[in-house]
Design a protein around this ligand. Structure first.
Ligand code: FMN
Length: 262
């Protein structure tokens, strides 16, 4: 089948899912590429994806698709449009996230064509306690480009999408239960913070604000712990202090490689 446009859609607070999605689209190599970034987009209108190949990328939170990513992807509508789905995780595990993403895009009217789990630097990684630091790296991005090329080959080999057979993806249905989440948020070093507002800009939920006194406030009840603000702060004034950082640094040091299904 012939398509001319790749439409990349992602939710990616710390940009690793975005980078993987772009590399896959590069490998697909269609003449036209569209990009929809849902990370800070809180609007609700339907996004129609018709006569385009969708590349959807999300981060894995607690072995599932990040809940807000799933909610934001819910705006998409395909009309049997083909989709490549990508789950990006911090070198611990992606558990049921890829299956969940495949099922979600199917419900939204897409035909899954290929699915990939890639490693991205963990949101909780920090200097001195790295977790998958620098991932996706050049090797990952090369795998992503080749994966995109293979997905396109699969697409051009069929006459119609009804010929695309369901394919196995690692993960379980029913999906693992996500445990309760304790409200928490990054802290700011007020001696360093210049209230530049970068953290406000990048927050997916509007949890970060600057108050009348010019001080940055973070609402724990709105924070999803994505660490976008921590990584975006130009002077390193924000930290998310969680015991998981040391735990993951110690236990998830062995390099995991991308896993591809198509
Ligand atoms: C709340 C939360 C939960 C996470 N859970 C997992 C997990 O279960 N397994 C894993 O390997 N990485 C986990 N991560 C790490 C992210 O999946 C990883 O850093 C990903 O690359 C982030 O994507 P982004 O850069 O597109 O935001 C978690 C991160 C956060 C913030």
């Amino acid at each position: 089948m012939n398509y001319e446009t790749t439409h990349i859609v992602y939710f990616s607070p710390t940009h690793t899912s975005q980078r993987v999605a772009r590399a896959v689209a590069e490998g697909i190599g269609m003449g036209r590429r569209m990009e929809t970034d849902l990370t800070t987009d809180r609007s609700e209108g339907i996004i129609r994806v018709e006569h385009e190949l969708l590349v959807a990328a999300v981060p894995v939170y607690a072995g599932r698709v990040a809940p807000l990513a799933l909610e934001r992807l819910g705006r998409l509508r395909g009309s049997s449009s083909p989709a490549v789905v990508l789950a990006v995780y911090g070198n611990r595990d992606y558990e049921d996230a890829l299956v969940e993403l495949r099922d979600a895009v199917s419900r939204l009217g897409f035909t899954p064509l290929a699915a990939g789990a890639f490693v991205g630097e963990h949101s909780y990684s920090r200097p001195g306690m790295p977790i998958a630091e620098g991932r996706p790296d050049d090797a990952d991005l090369e795998v992503a480009r080749r994966f995109g090329k293979r997905a396109l080959e699969k697409l051009v080999s069929v006459q119609g999408l009804q010929e695309v057979r369901p394919f196995p993806v690692k993960g379980h249905v029913p999906y693992r239960e996500a445990g309760p989440s304790t409200p928490a948020a990054p802290v700011v070093d007020e001696a360093l913070c210049a209230a530049c507002g970068e953290c406000v800009e990048v927050c997916p939920t509007g949890a970060v604000t600057v108050d009348a006194a010019g001080k940055v406030q973070t609402d724990k009840m709105k924070c999803i712990k994505c660490c976008a603000c921590v990584k975006a702060c130009p002077i390193g004034a924000r930290t998310f202090d969680t015991p998981y950082t040391a735990l993951l640094h110690a236990k998830c040091a062995a390099r995991r490689e991308p896993e591809l299904f198509l």
